[in-house]
Design a protein around this ligand. Sequence first.
Ligand code: V07
Length: 257
Amino acid sequence: MLERIQKMLGNKAEQTDKTHVFDENGAIPKHIAVIMDGNGRWAKSRSLPRIAGHRQGMKTVKEIVKAADDIGVEALTMYAFSTENWKRPRDEVDFLMKLPQEFLTTELDELIERNIRIRMLGIQQGLPDFTLKALLAGEERTKNNTGLILNFALNYGGRTEITNAVTEIAQLVADGKLRPDEINDALVNDHLYTRDLPDPDLLIRTSGEIRLSNFMLWQLAYTELWFTDVLWPDFNKEHFYQAIAEYQGRARRYGAV
Ligand code: V07
């Protein structure tokens, strides 16, 4: 088994330390959510423009998607653009809005080969046409895939998601299709973007910030939270597997009591 893990990690000598790899026979988190923070700081530390950090960050996305797929994760949800991010400088926003298209142009064939399904969480309205077109084409071309569900949260805010659910439910009540006493957790869940996904088992946030920043507020209620100081462009599959190893350690400990 150690041999398989070494292969997965690329056989580097320092990675044979078992404490840094997950247990293939332990529980692999079914759904992992990721806040990809630190791209701007990574660029600044190299005296590069912020967009250089975003481009490098996209390379990390590619590596982590494959790392998740390789070990049988069922859903991976990545926070690509928040409703707050519109406040950034115009040229930075323009650059970010080109990334989905760029990502799909280079990666879609491999995603299809891997049987990965792409989906978007968030508000479509407000996105540039070319961004939305690329996203919808990616969703369409992968809609029958049955492997990893790869969610990109884009123009996403957790409170807005819950507020929209409340509005839909209120409308059902106003129309006489639902009684207030029929409203419960499961019904609210059915009005979220993630209605057909399990809640995340593990949240990863990079770059040393210990906050949720309006990400998946409802869904993260019972999720294990894992934070690292590593900046997103420096994050790699070894870090990712380390997060899973620590998740498994926590699961073992509370399994023991
Ligand atoms: C974005 C790169 C990763 C770091 C975080 C911010 C910048 C991948 C996508 C993407 C989105 C949808 C899709 C395929 C790829 C993306 C934005 C920003 C807006 F279908 N990375 N990435 N989208 N960053």
